[in-house]
Write a new protein. Structure first.
Lengths: 96, 252
């Protein structure tokens, strides 16, 4: 199938439980939003993986450029005072 | 006919419908138009198989001859199957499969909705569980019908032709016999003739969105209530039943 005949691509995000963040699961091809939702349901939630789905046109996602990684992320790494590692943890505290 | 016998036969009717439609849909596995649709159709086939399994298990229990759901699925012959002629029709092209699904699912939707109110506890609980699945199947195929009908000139004419051809199998869905009269008295099953106006209305709404014409009522095929089938059921059973009949002690 030539590229022009492909349906648009949609990114699929799934929430596994109410309150948890949506996680990227993959992508599907579909002619429109409703079919994208159905295709996402059939492709990614067949075994009870989620209770809510987002589909987003892939075109609508703005991604950072891996080549910009240095200027984007590195400035924070050499300033250790930015990281919350100077506290004494109360004993028995979990999930920190 | 006792209530028990009627219930046994009724469960075969519903169970065979699910089993044969499941088999037909499973024939798409690996060759649906796109990957996502392949998974969708296979999902529906698996849902139908689950429904068939429960119904045939319950039927076997009602019969009380120590049989299993496998015995009922694999060791009955063509004339002992009571699925509708509609579900055994070959897949044809994609529009044909979707049209078959729509006509069946709209009917099943109203039937199972009524069955949730059944005084028969196992049937009512199965219906409640299946109804959730049926609602999704119906959503899936009706969205397709709308897109095919309102799509290109070719998709429109294909789906219209499929509906026209399959329409002759819809009269049978509303047929009733002694089994129904015995069970209606018990409030175990609904009078399906009363579902027809709702079935018609829902289809008309979908056809309107899809810019399709509702086919005219004309000649209607019949026979499945008596176990008389089209030429296709024998071929389905030959394929489906070959292994357990050739190797009766085979296990998974």
């Amino acid at each position: 199938m030539s590229k022009e005949k492909q349906w648009p691509l949609w990114e699929v995000f799934i929430q596994s439980k109410t309150g948890l963040p949506y996680k990227h699961a993959g992508s599907v091809h579909a002619p429109d939003a409703e079919m994208a939702l159905q295709n996402a349901r059939d492709t990614y939630t067949r075994r009870g993986e989620g209770n809510s789905i987002w589909v987003v046109p892939s075109d609508a996602i703005i991604a950072s450029n891996p080549a910009d990684a240095e200027s984007f992320y590195e400035p924070s790494n050499d300033k250790i005072y930015r990281h919350p590692t100077f506290y004494v943890m109360p004993e028995g505290a979990k999930h920190i | 006919m006792t209530v028990n016998e009627a219930l046994f036969n009724y469960c075969l009717r519903l169970g065979d419908n699910s089993l044969i439609l499941s088999h037909r849909l499973s024939e798409w596995t690996g060759k649906a138009p796109i990957l996502e649709e392949d998974l969708a159709i296979t999902n529906i086939a698996l849902d139908k198989l689950g429904q068939a399994r429960f119904l045939l298990q319950y039927a076997a229990q009602l019969e009380g001859k120590g049989k299993t759901e496998d015995d009922l699925a694999y060791k009955r012959s063509e004339r002992e199957f009571y699925n509708s002629l509609l579900v055994e029709q070959p897949n044809g092209d994609f529009s044909f499969t979707m049209a078959r699904q729509l006509l069946n699912d709209v009917f099943d939707f109203f039937l199972y909705e009524e069955l949730t109110k059944s005084t028969n506890e196992p049937l009512a609980s199965l219906a409640a569980k299946s109804l959730k699945e049926i609602k999704y199947h119906l959503r899936h195929c009706s969205e397709w019908i709308i897109r095919l009908g309102d799509g290109t000139e070719e998709s429109h004419s294909r789906i219209q032709n499929s509906l026209n051809e399959l329409w002759a199998y819809t009269g049978e869905l509303f047929e009733m016999n002694e089994i129904d009269s015995v069970l209606i008295k018990e409030n175990s099953v609904p009078d399906v003739s009363k579902l027809k106006p709702k079935w018609n209305n829902m289809l008309c709404e979908i056809f309107e969105k899809a810019t399709l014409k509702k086919p005219e009522d004309g000649f209607m095929h019949t026979g499945s209530r008596k176990g008389i089938h089209s030429e296709y059921l024998g071929f389905i059973l030959a394929e489906m039943q070959y292994l357990p009949r050739a190797y009766p002690s085979a296990t998974w």
